[in-house]
Ligand binder design. Sequence first.
Ligand code: LMR
Length: 310
Amino acid sequence: MKVTVLGAAGGIGQPLSLLLKLGLPAGSELNLYDVNPSTPGVAVDLSHIPSAVKTNGFAADDLKKSLEGADIVVIPAGVPRKPGMTRDDLFNINAGIIHDLITAVSESCPNACVAVITNPVNTTVAIAKKVLSSAGVYNPKKLFGVTNLDVIRSKTFIGEILNEDPSNISVDVIGGHSGVTILPLLSQVKGLSLSDDEKKELINRIQNAGTEVVEAKAGAGSATLSMAQAGFGFIEALVKGLSGDPQRVCAYIDSTNDKTEFFAKPIMVGAEGVQEELSYGDLDAIEQAAFEELIPALESNIQKGNEFSK
Ligand code: LMR
């Protein structure tokens, strides 16, 4: 398996690359690319860790080289939020970055699976689709927005409430990856019994967990380590799926049967990317109200991506 990380020298890119170096199957190749000239050094640093994953570093003008032969491209590149900003406020800078990186993907590895972490994910994934489509290489089964951070946060917070090991908690998060578009399906979590107020409070905490980190870091950026772990978890599932061992994950995809063009939901990833879109079951009254609220917000995020041109 060949995986390229775009934005590999950044706050998410470095720990994500470390996790991939340690966790990709033996014989895999890991290409690190960033505009930062230190990127080949990051690859050398990782290369001293004894794992059977080969690391290569690329910087600046070597973007296309870093993508040659990639099966999976994961993109944490871009600027993070500062306190007081929404993910949408990153659009002006990150939209152009995604546009350029996806253009290179469309030229160098048009058949690769692409996993977008760059915010605002609800919008950058739509931009990626547009770029790939205009290059004539778009495959809806191979484009993903990484929303696994919402899932791992939900597991953690629910584990705290239930006083249980969070890794044993199973929860789906649907919608998108910002504010009200994040909808954790708490009514389906085994053993979790909350009052309406407690449920609303927990939904609110999960929706604002990214902001909790941004404020705690006080101007030094947003979630990097938990984002790297979430990104790794998604890529690990995708690698297994592509290798013939289908996996269940939640991700933001070009959905065939939802109210918006893109929607985060449980899916099976298999040998060709999205193998199956799974049902997320019935919503309770609180979730249904949150669902009604998220649809127009998500639609407008997607429309912004569809209208973007460079
Ligand atoms: C997160 O959820 O932590 C990331 O999307 C980063 C952010 O800006 O919140």
